[in-house]
Design a protein around this ligand. Structure first.
Ligand code: ADP
Length: 245
């Protein structure tokens, strides 16, 4: 719970934009200024320095992408809640995602027929599923199986307490992969904004931070289990809109 509190505070800081970007953005600006100064020196000596200029361009693009990501991220913090059929949300997210998944990745989908309605923001929830599934796909560069399961579950008071949820009926959605998995140290940081193990340009480290924020705003929970070399499961818990079926 302390962890979650720490996290919530962090999310708030990012949400207000100002604090969050400063660090990353400063580093990028530092690089741009450094290369600009160096190429100015070159210019004063009558030399041209295309490589330094290229570095300036690359860093500027990174800064632009960062700002873009953060704008989407902060805009998405106020959800537009409506009653939703989880099945439709999942199937639509999959449809959007499918073109981006390589052929070597097999997609399996097991959705229970008796899923209750949930209250949610369809765009945000789809974004969460897309983030999870594209991470799963990224974790399987040599192919594997991406499975999305959804079922309704009545959480016991104890289970609910462990997840900081209210007891009662929940839709439980699991996104799993047979990919490279994560070690403990990585797992402790995955929900932190800007944490990424992907190469520059490939990852922003905002996918899971966004997922965490969105699921919290839906009064739900997100958990992760992973085993290096075997795969990863992300589980979403979303409260049913109706108290009983
Ligand atoms: P990004 O995908 O931009 O790196 P995320 O916040 O979505 O940012 O993910 C953060 C990190 O969590 C990833 O860089 C990766 O190390 C790890 N990760 C997320 N999902 C998985 C997964 N399914 N399998 C292995 N590692 C994962």
């Amino acid at each position: 719970l302390e962890d979650q509190l720490r996290h919530a505070q962090k999310m708030e800081a990012i949400g207000t934009l100002a604090g969050g970007i400063a660090h990353d953005f400063n580093n990028i600006l530092g690089a741009i200024m450094g290369y600009a100064e160096l190429s100015l020196l070159d210019a004063q000596e009558g030399k041209t320095s295309p490589e330094k200029l290229r570095n300036i361009l690359t860093s500027s693009k990174r800064a632009r992408d960062l700002v873009r990501q953060i704008l989407t991220f902060s805009r998405k913090l106020t959800p537009d809640m409506r009653p939703l059929r989880p099945r439709e949300v999942i199937l639509h997210a999959l449809e959007l995602l499918r073109p981006a998944i390589p052929r070597m990745v097999e997609i399996r989908c097991r959705l229970a027929d008796d899923l209750p309605l949930i209250a949610g923001d369809v765009t945000q929830l789809e974004q969460v599923l897309i983030n999870l599934a594209s991470n799963a796909s990224d974790a399987m560069p040599d192919g594997g199986v991406l499975t999305i399961k959804a079922a309704a579950r009545q959480l016991s008071p104890q289970e609910a307490a462990e997840l900081a949820l209210r007891p009662g009926l929940h839709v439980v959605i699991a996104v799993s992969d047979t990919g490279h998995g994560m070690d403990k140290q990585t797992m402790e940081q995955i929900f932190d904004p800007f944490f990424t193990t992907k190469e520059v340009g490939k990852g922003t480290g905002l996918g899971l931070a966004t997922a965490f924020g969105v699921i919290k705003a839906h009064a739900g929970a997100i958990t992760c289990q992973s085993e290096p070399g075997r795969g990863t499961v992300f589980t979403l818990y979303l409260p049913a809109a109706e108290p009983s079926r």
